[in-house]
Design a protein. Structure first.
Length: 455
């Protein structure tokens, strides 16, 4: 199995090599084309200079043939290999380049211009007339290599360009290897560290990831860090859910126990209405037990919703009847403000838990001979439920904390786990609503629940 470091090294070297070869090829092609254009223009310039010189020399009275040949030799530059000058069919000068002849030969007048062997030796001769005032005074024959592309200078240029290209490729490859080693080492180190983070998360640890300059790896580390926190929170949520189910189980058990005691003591008659209250609490207890699989399967609470038409007036009366004896024993007056027939679509069990926990909270903090009142209404297409008590009240600084799980007030003396109002908030939010509270120390509190009429 290939390591990521080796893979990155091969990839970077391959990309570098391909890039350099392509760039070198394009550069060589363009340079070669412009160089051949330069040779063509240089040849035209030599022709112009030779023509100008001969036009002046051939009309001169003191024509010196040695000087004429010496001047023409200065134009024996690639691709020109021979220059002959005629006047009235008389040869006046004939100069040419001869390869591999040391300097000093040809009476010291002919220096070897280009001591290099050509690739191609095919030549062509251009013939030009020398004129003076439109009168032909001579003819010049210029022999040159037929193809500029195979001239000595062109071949030297290509050879130099090729060698320099190889050198540049070598330098680029060395630089690429150096960069690739540093880059691959950095990435490999970061990935090993990230792998260790994943291992720690697998062991149940909460990790704190270090930042890296590589954006993708940094995002991966942040995701792993978030995952470790979420897993830890999920474990805590499981505990909270278990505590919540235990707490909620007490609701029907408390009601059943108080009613059975009341029936046993002869305080309450075992009539049809009483049997309905007991059956309702048994149903609630059955629902709670069946929901224990949420802890095992990690199901979302929202998936357990059972939306149905609920007659609010009837359900509230049923809940109040279940708690009536408990409130009467503490000499707290529990009342319902109105008797309106209102039906909404909601989860009957969660609504029962909301109201039961609000009433249990009011019961806990309300002194004897005080009052707890329930009211409900439809307002702005929302169902509004209010539970008002005349209890101790809540300090302003604690109002934003009372719905937290396991929170208990600073001067809390009542028994409890601090989870009842947390259940209220959770259930209200699952039903798509919100819960608010206003309170004044020494006067009591008002809890207001807003629920949609239809989810």
């Amino acid at each position: 199995m290939m390591s990521i470091r080796k893979l990155l090294l091969i990839l970077l070297l391959g990309v570098c090599l391909i890039t350099v070869i392509i760039n070198s090829s394009i550069f060589a092609s363009l340079t070669d084309r412009y160089f051949l254009d330069y040779l063509d223009k240089a040849y035209e310039k030599h022709l112009e200079q030779i023509s100008t010189y001969l036009s002046s020399a051939l009309t001169s009275k003191d024509l010196n043939y040695d000087k004429l040949e010496a001047e023409l030799e200065t134009h024996l530059l690639d691709p020109i290999v021979r220059i002959r000058v005629f006047k009235d069919d008389t040869l006046l000068a004939d100069v040419e380049t001869i390869a591999n002849i040391p300097s000093g030969n040809m009476n010291g007048r002919m220096n070897m211009r280009m001591p290099f062997r050509r690739v191609s030796t095919e030549t062509t001769t251009d013939v030009f007339e020398i004129k003076n005032d439109n009168e032909i005074i001579g003819t010049v024959y210029i022999t040159r290599f037929e193809d500029y592309d195979s001239s000595i200078i062109a071949n030297m240029f290509r050879s130099t360009l090729f060698i320099n290209s190889l050198i540049s490729i070598g330098i680029a490859m060395l630089i690429s290897v150096f960069i690739a080693l540093i880059t691959s080492r950095k990435i490999s180190t970061d990935l090993r560290y990230t792998s260790n983070l994943a291992t720690e998360i697998q062991q149940g640890k909460v990790v704190k990831a270090k930042n890296t300059k590589i954006k993708e790896i940094n995002n991966l580390r942040n995701s792993l860090e978030d995952l470790s926190v979420k897993l830890k929170l999920k474990q805590k949520a499981k505990k909270e859910l278990l505590d919540q189910l235990i707490h909620e189980t007490r609701t029907p058990l408390t009601v059943l126990n108080s009613h059975f005691e009341a029936i046993e003591d002869g305080i309450v008659e075992s009539n049809h209405e009483e049997i309905e209250v007991l059956k309702s609490q048994v149903e609630n207890l059955t629902f709670l037990i069946s929901n224990l699989n949420r802890i095992i399967e990690d199901d979302d609470s929202a998936a357990d919703l059972k939306i149905e038409e609920v007659e609010i007036n009837k359900l509230i009366k049923q809940i109040v009847n279940g708690l009536k004896n408990q409130f009467e024993n503490k000499k707290i007056l529990l009342t319902i403000d109105n008797d309106d027939d209102i039906t909404i679509l909601t989860d009957k069990y969660k609504f029962t838990q909301i109201l039961f926990n609000l009433l249990t909270n009011a019961y806990k903090y309300t002194e004897p001979d005080k009052k707890v009142n329930i009211s409900y209404r439809i307002e702005n297409d929302k169902f509004v439920l209010e539970v008002k008590d005349q209890g101790k009240g809540i300090r302003e600084g604690e109002l934003n904390k009372i719905f937290n799980a396991y929170y208990r007030g600073l001067n809390e003396t009542e028994q409890g786990e601090g989870i009842g109002l947390y259940i209220v908030k959770e259930n209200v939010e699952i039903l798509g609503g919100e819960v608010k509270v206003r309170s004044k120390v020494g006067e009591g509190s008002v809890f207001t629940v807003f629920l949609p009429i239809k989810p």
